[in-house]
Design a protein around this ligand. Sequence first.
Ligand code: GLN
Length: 487
Amino acid sequence: MLTDLTLTEARDQLRAGAITALDLTQAYLDRIHAVDPQVRAFLLVTGEQALEAAADADRRLAQGDSAPLLGVPLAVKDVLMTRGVPTTAGSRILEGFVPPYTATALERLFDAGALMLGKTNTDEFAMGSSTENSGYFTTRNPWDLERVPGGSSGGSAAAVAARLAPGALGTDTGGSVRQPAALCGVSALKPSYGRVSRYGLIAFASSLDQAGVFGRTAADCAALLGVMAGHDPLDSTSLPERPPDYAQALTGDVHGLRVGVPREFFVEGIEPEVERAVRAAIDRFAVLGADVREISLPHTRYGAHVYYLIGPAEASANLARFDGVRYGLRVEAGGMWPTYKATRGQGFGAEVKRRIMLGTYALSAGYYDAYYLKAQQVRTLIRQDFDQAFGAVDVIVTPATPGTAFRIGEKIDDPLQMYLADVLTLTPSLAGVPAMCVPCGFDSRNLPIGLQIIGPAFGEPAVLRAGDAYQRVTDWHTRKPKAAKYS
Ligand code: GLN
């Protein structure tokens, strides 16, 4: 089946003329039609545009055009702006909004010949860990339709797991590509802060947000990152230096690679089956010749406290622009203040309002020093933990999540429990370092388990090499979920 090809396999077969972009795209659209009514990964399917782009790609392929991703279909999280295509960030407040430009990360993929199948579901403004905070509907986990796919990029993770797209884009502020990748059994990478342009990402927390990639393999992630990475004059936080060749980093050789295992990540609350699978994966690295050693990241336990002050503080400022005047929803209520109030009151969901209130409080006079400033200081300590650790090791491996996919509804009334779903992915985001997730096993309910591989800032090559080497000797990433077997 065409939809069983990984992204890099599809890319190579397109280039070799063994398959056409039109057939491949049609196969995905057919599968979306058959399977997505159960999974509900997509907020919007742009089939017509996808087929037009595929026909164009086939013409260019026939002419020997060597654009690196020519004819490769992708799913795109609805937090990335798409010119002429509605973009909601999962929020009712952006219903009907059609952006006038495309996010740079995505534009680069289009320039490389990739095409878009549609926009995927997300927790509202990327705030959440399950897609249950979406203003539209909840996406289901392809391994068990009664469970969440993770979040906030749950639609993109579920789409790749269910073979509704060979690759996808997400955004990650504190774990939003790694946590859903773990829960859906796919591979994903959050790049270093500054590696990929944030221009055209609907902002949540600007000092943390990064565009990330999903694929079935580390090699797929490398292929996407290689195109997306690089300086963008429209994002002053993007790094001016040229990115390295990520595909070349996939040597399969981790001999002598120094792998750190931080003891603070194997904390109380980790499901025993998750710990067992992750420990087995670490043993695998030792067998491959890596130099595995225990390390310490002593400030890990402050990660959630710091993240849930800085994230909401930045969000409260970023979300001020949604006032019913410039974008999307407008609830007329007679006069400026009543209209602001009514629009924001109706347009934002409960979690977004909670974050705006938390953030506003943390930034207000009299509390700023005690909360926001203190959080920034502890963030520095967390970053120093990583700096110090990377003096002695090349990569750090940890569980990606404390547990496997939870039931829809299980944590939605307990925000604190929901926040803890990505307690293990928060500190790399706070430190700005790259981190990926690869599947490393299944629990007794046949739900996927994810391994997190963290690198030093701009150390994506080592992270991808480790993920790829692991996948060359394991087959977890090749397993297919129940929902994907349908049809
Ligand atoms: N789940 C975390 C949150 O709710 C992380 C979300 C993200 O990375 N966008 O904020």
